[in-house]
Design a protein around this ligand. Sequence first.
Ligand SMILES: [Fe+2]
Length: 224
Amino acid sequence: MSTMQMPQQTGSPAAAGSVQDQVHNMIEELISSLPAPKSLTSDERRGIIARYTAVLEGNFIYWMTAALIAVKTEEAREELLENLHEEVKDAHPAMLRRFAIAAHAFPTDSDAMAINEDLTKVRVFLGRLSAVQSLVTMAFFEGFIQRFMGYLADLAKAEGSTEMEYTDVHGVCDIAHTEGLFRALSAENEVNPSEPGADLFEGVHLLSKLIQRVVHFHPELALA
Ligand SMILES: [Fe+2]
């Protein structure tokens, strides 16, 4: 996986398109690296659900809010606000908590500490409030979540759960959100591009490492 920098003509639609392609490819790479649920022990399946919950429940709205604070264009603001509105109104963190509890996978202190270091890196990165980089990161996150839902549901089913509202809702609505975030990225990039030489995918790489930590708890098994 190479580190890609933003093309020089940052404002062009073609540049935004190539970013979307890169993000799509990185998501597919992550998805194809997932171990088959049936090849895992019950404890390993529980751990993935628990670490995913430890990352998502308290951070998704926080990180979307960080992107909202960073952007300057009305298009990007509207997109992020619409997303946040749905998250809050439909209480997605409560939905996720129900999902984790039903799968007997509510995160313990050990689950939270297993992802602590990589989680902190993403928090600090988004705290820099770089609009375009934050939007790319959140588009990657939304896209990954949508593609991950079937797998997450399979883990929970294998653990005996039938509570699937969280995975059902996010397997559908995040398709529209991901598209919307790429439109917001294009608009923002026109008027508020990232610093020259900045790695557009810096946040994506950090988030990707965090997701790998969620899936592969043992450091020696994590992808490089
Ligand atoms: Fe959500």
